[in-house]
Ligand binder design. Structure first.
Ligand SMILES: Nc1ncnc2c1ncn2[C@@H]1O[C@H](COP(=O)(O)OP(=O)(O)O)[C@@H](O)[C@H]1O
Ligand SMILES: Nc1ccn([C@@H]2O[C@H](COP(=O)(O)OP(=O)(O)O)[C@@H](O)[C@H]2O)c(=O)n1
Ligand SMILES: [Mg+2]
Length: 245
């Protein structure tokens, strides 16, 4: 059944994906039609490798997308969820920064985009996430800071071939997010007030529509992200304890 759904998603009409892709930015980095079968093969590998011991049935991992504005505490809470609930934690931002650190040509492009607070072309990000999922081979996965826009969301559905089981949304006032980012002190090229302002705009205009989309599908769990990290985690813990994982 899982495979059938994957096929259906991959065969989604090009019109659907290209019209929605314009919601983000560049259209230059979409998969070429000739690359689609390759994506399908990779996908089959990804989920076949997770066959359980109960007769080899293909098993889809439980996927939680973790969203919220910059500085809302996504990374902090994901670390706690990973340790208490046995999730792999894949941070889209960390994965992109890792690509920058590798010194690749793609990394140079990513660095320029991150410095400006814009969103990296979806095919690049999704392919890196897909590889990380494949390497991790985890049964429960947190994908932190993704999807950032409708184009991200649609590319994930198309390339990885599934949707998240749940979406966590950390709801935090802007002034609190700015305060946290300015105090983050991790030497990030985008934690300066000019880039932070741009990131907040991008969050409002491109990421909130993704939250709205998943809300309309009943997948969003909104968490008040004010208070101490431990207080917030109490609400997070209640949510994860109630899930059938
Ligand atoms: N509840 C909180 N209260 C105060 N500071 C926090 C809280 N949660 C996280 N922080 C700090 O705020 C900064 C941003 O948190 P982080 O988890 O990196 O957010 P995000 O991944 O959403 O950008 C970090 O320096 C972190 O230590
Ligand atoms: N899905 C994603 C995630 C991050 N990014 C880029 O990476 C930057 C840092 O992302 P992040 O998730 O580490 O940032 P925080 O929200 O954790 O502060 C974003 O501002 C984007 O420029 C992206 O382009 N696409
Ligand atoms: Mg983060």
């Amino acid at each position: 059944m899982w495979r059938r759904r994957v096929g259906a998603l991959l065969l989604r009409s090009p019109r659907t994906s290209s019209s929605a892709s314009s919601a983000c930015q560049s259209r230059r980095h979409h998969l070429l039609p000739s690359e689609e079968p390759l994506a399908l093969n990779r996908l089959a590998r990804l989920f076949t490798s997770q066959a359980g011991s109960d007769g080899g049935d293909t098993q889809k991992p439980f996927i939680a997308f973790v969203l919220g504005g910059p500085g809302s505490g996504k990374g902090t809470q994901c670390t706690k969820i990973a340790s208490d609930f046995g999730f792999a934690h894949l941070s889209a931002g960390d994965i992109l920064r890792h690509e920058i650190a590798s010194g690749s040509e793609k990394g140079e492009l990513i660095l320029e985009i991150i410095k400006e607070g814009r969103i990296v072309p979806s095919e690049i990000t999704v392919e890196l996430i897909r590889k990380a999922m494949e390497m991790n081979n985890a049964k429960r996965v947190l994908i932190d800071g993704f999807p950032r826009c409708e184009e991200n969301r649609i590319a994930f559905e198309r390339i990885v071939g599934t949707e998240p089981d749940i979406v966590i949304f950390f709801d935090c006032p802007e002034d609190e997010m700015v305060k946290r980012l300015l105090g983050r002190n991790q030497g990030r090229v985008d934690d300066n007030i000019e880039t932070i302002k741009k990131r907040l705009k991008v969050f409002e205009s491109l990421n909130i529509p993704v939250v709205d989309y998943y809300s309309s599908r009943g997948k969003v769990h909104k968490i008040n992200a004010t208070g101490t990290a431990d207080e917030i985690f109490e609400a997070v813990r209640r949510l994860f304890s109630s899930l059938r994982l």
